[in-house]
Every structure is written in structure tokens, then in C-alpha cells.
Design a binder for this molecule. Structure first.
Ligand code: AOF
Ligand code: ZN
Length: 358
């Protein structure tokens, strides 16, 4: 019944912002009479998996029902061992349930169907694919990272109706109103890391933290500053480098002279190289917030999965804008599918994906 799987999804989402780089996973155990006798989810990175939490929640008086029960799990139980927790497929087999219903296979190269094969070999009935699309959406960060060996990329910017992200001088506080800015914090909270260019950091001195009422209880994403050949000394007095934030702030830099600094993620100067370096550090999702030249780099290389553009009812005339190689014909324009625009105070948000990604 998909209502049990819906419940497993609800539980999985409770781990949002706390489980990255792991996927969100929820599990529900249902007795032959249709009663929920166990529930659990992966609560935080390094913590027990959803299946473990679910079996642990079963009351003493219900343990005799486990053998005849069905487990609804949003992800294929893991079967690999070179990691922090023991493989869940062994636990599921040991508990001897009758049936398991799974939304998505785990694309991790060491799982990818092997978990299911193990369960089937042990005589457990396995069904895969219930609410598969919802699972693809929920774990789009982890799945993209596993399949493409790079982080999921969400680009975000705020602009005037004439397409300016800042004045010529670099002033951008504030293009949009407070409702749009609060919403932007919600988008931030979905990702493992926020990325900005070093010019933006020097100009705006942002803290890049979660402060809105909706997001205050969530874990702050990592903060990544893409710098050129600059040295750290220009940045130390800025908010992101204050003692309470320092541990989660990193320079992403091609400067070989500072490559051994633990606060530096070194890369070869190319966008692909940068994404590989982040993937190797287990950074599986990026929220790229600007400025215009960093965003233009990702856009020009068509390296993104999702974009969110806040549009404010203002005109600037001139100013900083996205710059891309010119096209001659409208038919050659990069087109997007935006879900219904969201009105946020005086501004609106266009959020979507490239239409070619359909
Ligand atoms: C599951 N159930 O709840 C999760 C799974 O480092 P570890 O030990 O936490 O293992 C992380 C890997 O396990 C992760 O890369 C993914 O393949 C899988 N996640 N699997 O059976 C869960 N979170
Ligand atoms: Zn597991």
C-alpha cells in the first residue's frame, strides 16, 4: 500500500540537512494485519541506518510478528562493508521478514541491485519501484553524485527585470525583499554546501548561514569560496572566517602554493576538475549563489542541474549580469522548464531545470 511508503518518505525527509552526504532514507514495518509495528529513518550522517532504527523501534510484544511482516523502505538496503555502519541487508535477512517493498535501488556502485539480489537469495520477496519518481526527487543530490561523480548543482541568483545582479560598483543589497530572501535560505538549507566567488565575499561580506524562522533549527551547509590566486589573509577579517564559522568554511583554489592547507580544496583550474575535487571530498550538492562571473562559468559550460532566479520589479539600466557566449538565433537559446512561478512579496521566483533534461 502506498500510504505506508508515503509514511516512509515522511520519515526520510526528517533527516534532511542532517544526513548529507548520505541519502535520506525512511522505513516502515507492517504486520500481516496491516498494523505499523516499526518506524525509523536515517537521522544523521554517521548514525544508524533507517532499517536499524525501524527494527529497534518494534515493541517487545510485537517481535513475534516480524517474520510475517512487510518492510517498506525508500532505498535498497545497503550491502557494502567499507563504511561506518554494518550492511542493512544482513540485518533484514536476520530478522527474517516476509517481504520488502523498495522505492529506489541504491546507485552506489557497491550496492546497485546487489542488496536486492542478496535479499532474494535469502528467500525474501522483493518489490522495487513504488514511488520511484518521488525517491528520485528526494535523493537527487546523492543519486547525481553516484551516477555522474560530481555534486548536484543548483544555481541561484536575484536580478532586476532588466537582468542585473548588481550595480556596476557591485552593490546588490538588496535587490529582492525579505520574503524572497527568507525563501532563499530555505533553498540553501537543502544543499550540503553553499558556493560563492571570492569577489562576492570581499564585496558583500556575507555570513552564508541559515537564519530564517523556518531554517534556524537545520544544520548550516558548508561554505565554499572559489578563489583565484588570492591568499587567505585578505579574507580573515570577514564574517565567514569568524571563529564560530571557520571550521565549515573552505577555499576552493587552484593556487598550488596553498594546496596543503587543510582549509583549501585544491583543483586544477577547470570546472570539471573543481567538481571532481569536491566529489572526492564527499561534497554531493552545491548551491551556487554568485556572483555573476561564477554563475556565468557554470552556465556557459552547461554544468548545472537546477536553477532558481528571483526577479525583482526594479530597473538598473546598467550593472553586473550573466555573460554567456552569444547565439544568433532565438531557436538556439538555452530553454528552461520552470514550475509555476512563486510570488514572494513584490518579487517572484522561477525555479526549474533545462528543458533538454526532460
Ligand atoms: C541503507 N539505509 O538508511 C542509508 C543507506 O557511511 P554509512 O555506513 O552510513 O553508509 C552510507 C551508505 O549507505 C551510502 O553511501 C548509501 O549507499 C547507503 N545509505 N542505506 O540501507 C540507510 N542511509
Ligand atoms: Zn544500510
Amino acid at each position: 500500500m502506498s500510504s505506508f511508503m508515503e509514511r516512509a518518505f515522511q520519515l526520510a525527509y526528517l533527516g534532511q540537512s542532517h544526513v548529507a552526504p548520505n541519502p535520506m532514507v525512511g522505513a516502515v514495518l507492517v504486520s500481516p494485519k496491516g498494523d505499523v509495528i516499526g518506524e525509523g529513518y536515517h537521522e544523521f550522517y554517521g548514525g544508524p541506518h533507517a532499517e536499524v532504527m525501524c527494527f529497534n523501534s518494534v515493541k517487545e510484544s510485537d517481535t513475534n510478528l516480524i517474520r510475517e511482516s512487510t518492510l517498506y523502505c525508500t532505498l535498497e538496503p545497503c550491502c557494502h562493508t567499507n563504511k561506518q555502519t554494518p550492511p542493512c541487508s544482513n540485518l533484514v535477512i536476520k530478522k527474517g521478514i516476509k517481504k520488502i517493498i523498495i522505492a529506489n535501488l541504491d546507485p552506489h556502485p557497491e550496492v546497485a541491485g546487489k542488496g536486492v539480489a542478496k535479499l532474494e537469495a535469502a528467500g525474501i520477496e522483493v518489490e522495487v519501484g513504488m514511488m520511484e519518481k518521488e525517491g528520485e526527487e528526494m535523493n537527487r543530490h546523492f543519486f547525481t553524485a553516484m551516477r555522474l561523480k560530481r555534486p548536484y548543482i543548483h544555481l541561484k541568483w536575484a536580478q532586476t527585470i532588466d537582468g542585473k545582479l548588481a550595480t556596476e560598483k557591485g552593490s546588490s543589497k538588496w535587490i529582492t525583499g525579505s520574503q524572497a530572501r527568507d525563501y532563499s535560505q530555505k533553498l540553501r538549507s537543502e544543499c550540503q554546501a553553499i558556493m560563492v566567488g571570492s569577489q562576492t565575499v570581499l564585496l558583500d561580506n556575507p555570513s552564508l548561514t541559515l537564519r530564517s524562522i523556518e531554517t534556524k533549527h537545520l544544520k548550516n551547509p558548508l561554505r565554499l569560496v572559489v578563489s583565484g590566486q588570492q591568499e587567505k589573509k585578505d579574507f580573515v577579517s570577514l564574517k565567514m572566517f569568524a571563529p564560530e564559522y571557520l571550521a565549515n568554511t573552505f577555499f576552493v583554489s587552484p593556487n598550488a602554493q596553498i594546496s596543503n592547507d587543510p582549509q583549501v580544496i585544491f583543483y586544477d583550474g577547470t570546472l570539471k576538475g573543481m567538481l571532481s575535487a569536491l566529489y572526492e571530498k564527499k561534497i554531493y550538492s552545491l548551491f551556487v549563489e554568485g556572483g555573476a562571473s561564477l554563475l556565468s562559468w557554470f552556465l556557459a559550460e552547461k554544468m548545472f542541474d537546477e536553477i532558481s532566479v528571483f526577479v525583482a520589479p526594479k530597473l538598473l539600466g546598467s550593472g553586473r549580469a550573466i555573460k554567456l557566449p552569444a547565439v544568433d538565433e532565438i531557436a538556439e537559446a538555452h530553454a528552461f522548464d520552470f514550475s509555476s512561478p512563486l510570488v514572494l512579496g513584490d518579487d517572484f521566483l522561477l525555479r526549474g531545470k533545462s528543458s533538454s533534461q526532460k
